[in-house]
Design a protein around this ligand. Structure first.
Ligand SMILES: NC(=O)CC[C@H](N)C(=O)O
Length: 349
């Protein structure tokens, strides 16, 4: 069915809607991965966002249920140049179109995603709405809303979950955790307890962890004042590690500041340099905020930087047993060459 993507600057892109044909509103961001759309769709960090894929053909290997990163699709909408409606792969269980229909997510194809990406790169991320041609009324008030309000509360689990293991005990604060982060600790023999985002210090300590891990998640880290306060109380009592939103929370809890980036880093092809080994790895990323380099306290070391824009990609304070990275060592999608970060995390425990 014909439809359009309307941006908050008034620009409109006409295309054909697929998936669930109900209008949807979100922050429009682009992802430069050539594959990995189902991991992207189910990554809770994308809650509240409409994702534009820069790779022109999406859906060609369909959907399987092994690679998903949470219990449901979390994006608000999906924008592609061309949707492949005849997927072919031995693991394919359903088409992308059928999956989005089932998950109640609208998609739009036939969009000039190259032009749209350049536009976002030049003007920064913008809010947008995807509508079908039959349903264009009542869209005026949308742009005043914040699509990621209370995002972490919406994606975090409601009750605790434990995966047994004989190794170190890692308690994960679920701010919107991706499945492969839990698996990465579990594969290293850890006993993993996953707690809801707003768990108190007492609830965290009652799991008797060897370390606290703060997960990835959606929205602005500065909105999570309760979590930052809880983490402040834990630092010094336990080693604390984190990925992406978790990294930003550790930085805020130690007095550093974060800021919104113009259009963020999203994709599976971001070069990151480890400043200690001097090795560059190609990493998976998905973030719109970053820790401001000049606000990082002096007792921290910057461990990693981004080779495209030299932003901070990792910090540590070995005396206080704190270590975190902005990129995604669990990959999914993306290259697995940074999985050593999980071993580094466990080395301070
Ligand atoms: N993947 C994440 O954890 C993202 C963190 C945060 N929501 C950001 O956009 O920067």
């Amino acid at each position: 069915m014909k439809g359009k993507l309307i941006l908050e600057n008034g620009m409109e892109f006409e295309g054909y809607c697929f998936g669930y044909l109900e209008k949807s509103f979100g922050e429009v961001v682009f992802n430069t991965g050539m594959t990995g759309y189902q991991e992207i769709l189910t990554d809770p960090s994308y809650y509240g966002q409409i994702v534009v894929m820069t790779y022109p053909l999406i859906g060609n290997y369909g959907i399987n249920f092994d690679d998903i990163q949470s219990d449901s699709a979390k994006v608000k909408g999906f924008v592609v140049r061309e949707l492949c409606d005849r997927p072919s792969n031995w693991r394919c269980e359903m088409s992308l179109n059928a999956y989005l229909k089932e998950e109640k997510i609208i998609g739009i194809q036939g969009i000039d995603t190259r032009y749209l990406t350049k536009l976002i790169r030049n003007s920064g991320t913008m809010k947008g709405i995807i509508v079908t041609e039959e349903n264009t009324d009542n869209i005026e008030g949308f742009f005043e809303k914040n699509p990621v309000e209370d995002a972490v509360k919406k994606v975090t689990r409601k009750s605790a979950m434990t995966i047994s293991g004989k190794g170190k005990k890692v308690t994960v604060l679920d701010l919107g955790v991706k499945t492969n982060i839990i698996n990465s600790f579990s594969e290293r023999g850890c006993k993993v307890t996953v707690l809801p985002a707003l768990s108190t210090m007492e609830e965290i300590m009652s799991t008797e962890p060897d370390c606290l891990f703060l997960s990835n998640g959606p929205g602005d880290p500065k909105d999570l004042t309760e979590v930052v306060e809880t983490v402040k109380g834990i630092i010094g009592k336990l080693p604390v590690t984190g990925i992406c939103l978790g990294h930003q929370i550790i930085a805020l809890a130690c007095g550093a500041d974060t800021e919104k980036m113009k259009y963020g880093h999203r994709g599976s092809n971001h070069p990151v340099k480890n400043l200690f080994t001097e090795k560059v790895t190609i990493t998976s990323q998905n973030h719109g905020y970053v820790v401001k380099k000049d606000t990082i306290p002096e007792d921290f070391e910057i461990t990693h930087i981004n080779m495209n824009d030299f932003t901070v990609e990792g910090i540590r304070n070995l005396d206080r047993k704190l270590m975190s990275v902005q990129f995604h060592p669990e990959a999914c999608p993306g290259p697995h060459e940074s999985s050593y970060i999980f071993d580094d995390f466990l080395s301070i425990v």
